[in-house]
Design a protein around this ligand. Structure first.
Ligand SMILES: Cc1cc2nc3c(=O)[nH]c(=O)nc-3n(C[C@H](O)[C@H](O)[C@H](O)COP(=O)(O)OP(=O)(O)OC[C@H]3O[C@@H](n4cnc5c(N)ncnc54)[C@H](O)[C@@H]3O)c2cc1C
Length: 428
């Protein structure tokens, strides 16, 4: 099943001679997670191959530099390498260059990239799920054949643009407008907070097409009237470019409409389940790294004549971190299996929402908040060194916090879960 993936990895392996030396040992923390979570041998191999590649490709010192600079010059090359390994279209069928794997496989890759670099993990999630998977699920044959191969081989970068300065949690109040002129739509307005915006060649864009109607469009870099606004200087996720997009009389052919005129709210909402699920694996990767760094430190650092990890109060903290990581991972993987099984059914419209909306909101609510807590605990375990950028755990706190905000805030997720629970008791 992973032949294309494995071949790509072998090619890279010939170029990359050894795995970079890290200061920490990883095996003791995640050794049994494949067995506990019932991963297939292929899924366990996928995880270990991706991890080996990333340990070499994104060593800690490079990730620290990317965070400090707020920019990664190797961004596009990194995506090309992921593309050559087949990792950019895990849920897309093979005819468009994908691997035809499951949402669980997608989550495993997302988790591993986020473990090495949460920022590049976020960019990966935006490219593969928010853009590629939305085109795969909602696009017509012509759109899929035109856009997916380049996005999946990594020669093109994708993003999704729905948020605006005035439309965040209330995203359907967006003001960006598309007006029909002949066989074109003319788009005016702007989008804010767009992950990969500065690098994107292809943007999955939502715009208002009537008072009540929103429509999804595919737009391309280089179209007249499309330009970049400010690059946002962020607290964390600093290697993931977040950009304002500006549209002034941008002409988009009518054939670039995705999912039908005025059907954008349906396209947007039905995509959110899968978006929240895949992004929920990001904080799992962050927690994995936080545990690795902190547990290694507590067994090297001595105070009062013994390793600090042997003090009971620190054992309790490590135990809580490990359990938060394990519970998060299990919840993500189980919802990923349920989503995969649901959409594999022959009687299901792949474009529609899943019956697991409450759990897709639930996984990212849980892992997002657990990610920040575990990263903060890692800072505490390192004492003063936890507060020094050189030790990386502070970066994990700043990166983790994003997952309580992006793809709907914790408050909106709680509201959505509560609404679903009310529905179960009270009806609509
Ligand atoms: C790094 C980053 C990357 C992003 N990437 C993308 C992207 O690629 N594409 C994209 O389209 N968007 C993206 N976003 C935007 C993101 O989805 C929004 O930031 C998010 O939906 C919240 O919207 P807002 O920032 O406008 O906050 P607001 O909606 O203004 O919320 C502010 C506060 O009010 C609370 N609040 C709002 N409404 C309610 C309510 N009804 N009840 C209770 N509390 C409420 C919120 O929970 C929050 O605490 C990104 C954001 C960030 C920070």
């Amino acid at each position: 099943m992973l032949s294309r993936f494995s071949t790509g990895l072998q090619c890279l392996g010939r170029r990359l001679t050894s795995i970079s030396s890290q200061r920490f040992s990883t095996d003791s923390i995640s050794d049994h997670s494949s067995a506990i979570n019932g991963l297939t041998p292929d899924q366990a191999e996928l995880r270990s191959s991706v991890r080996k590649f990333l340990d070499k490709e994104l060593p800690l010192d490079l990730v620290g530099k990317i965070d400090k600079d707020g920019h990664y010059p190797g961004f596009r090359d990194f995506f090309k390498k992921l593309g050559s390994m087949g990792l950019l279209g895990p849920t897309v069928s093979r005819e468009y260059g994908g691997l035809d794997l499951t949402y669980l496989d997608h989550c495993i890759i997302m988790e591993e990239i986020s473990r090495s670099s949460a920022a590049l993990g976020l960019s990966y999630g935006a490219h593969t799920n928010l853009c590629i998977n939305q085109i795969f699920v909602n696009g017509n044959e012509e759109q899929k054949a035109k856009y997916l191969p380049g996005l999946i081989d990594g020669s093109k970068i994708g993003s999704l643009a729905m948020s605006e300065t005035g439309a965040g949690s209330d995203v359907v109040s967006m003001k960006t407008k598309a007006e029909k002129k002949g066989d074109y739509y003319v788009i005016n307005g702007s989008k804010f907070w767009i992950t990969n915006g500065a690098e994107a060649d292809v943007v999955f864009l939502y715009a208002r097409t009537s008072d009540k109607g929103i429509t999804a469009f595919i737009i391309e870099k280089g179209m007249e009237g499309f330009s970049l606004g400010q690059q946002i200087d962020k607290l964390g996720m600093r290697g993931s470019p977040t950009t304002e997009l500006l549209f002034q009389d941008l002409k988009v052919p009518e054939k670039n409409i995705v999912g039908g005129l005025n059907n954008g709210v349906y396209v947007l909402m039905s995509g959110l389940d899968k978006e929240r699920l895949v992004l929920a694996a990001g904080p799992v990767g962050i927690m994995q790294m936080a545990c690795e760094l902190a547990f290694d430190y507590t067994h090297q650092r001595n105070q009062f004549g013994k390793p600090i990890g042997t003090f009971q109060i620190l054992q309790a903290k490590m135990a809580d971190m490990y359990v938060a990581l394990s519970v998060s991972r299990a919840y993500v993987y189980n919802v990923a299996r349920a989503i995969t099984n649901y959409y594999a059914r022959k009687d299901i419209d792949i474009k529609g929402p899943s019956p697991y909306t409450k759990d897709c909101a639930g996984v990212i609510l849980y892992t997002g908040e657990a990610g920040t807590k575990v990263a903060l605990d890692a800072v505490q375990l390192l004492g003063g060194n936890g507060y020094a950028n050189e030790y990386h755990v502070g970066r994990l706190v700043r990166d983790a916090k994003l997952y309580e905000i992006g793809a709907g805030t914790s408050e909106i997720r709680r509201w959505l879960i509560g609404r679903e629970l009310n529905k179960a008791y009270l009806g609509k």
